[in-house]
Write a protein that binds this ligand. Structure first.
Ligand SMILES: [Zn+2]
Length: 119
């Protein structure tokens, strides 16, 4: 699995704009390359973020999720892992201060994994 650098940059930018609130989006793409974010209505509750998957346009393959943390902690919470398990296999967390390397990637169980960033 690979991800385009501009997808990471966009996620960091939206995280900065959303701060101090969190945002969440879905990762989509083609042939194992994450190329786009899909924004669906969501509720960031105390316990977990609920994504309204019924609003998903047809024809998109969901690779995973990206969400922001308004703190410098890029680790997934237990609630994050519950959400990871429901939506794909690659999960990115961007964390404050949302600079170029303020992000981490996890599998659906919350284990850190590496992902190749391509231009
Ligand atoms: Zn989180």
């Amino acid at each position: 699995m690979k991800i385009r650098r501009d997808v990471i940059r966009l996620a960091l930018e939206i995280a900065r704009e959303s701060y101090p609130n969190e945002f969440i989006a879905l990762l989509t793409g083609r042939k194992g390359i994450i190329e786009e974010l899909i924004f669906l209505p969501f509720q960031a509750g105390e316990t977990s973020a609920i994504i309204h998957m019924d609003m998903l346009p047809l024809g998109y393959k969901i690779y995973g999720t990206v969400h922001s943390h308004p703190s410098p902690n890029c680790s997934p919470s237990p609630q994050d892992i519950q959400m990871f398990m429901k939506h794909g296999i690659i999960h990115i967390i961007v964390c404050y201060p949302f600079s170029e390397d303020s992000w981490a990637c996890y599998d659906k169980s919350g284990n850190p994994i590496s992902i190749e960033v391509i231009d």
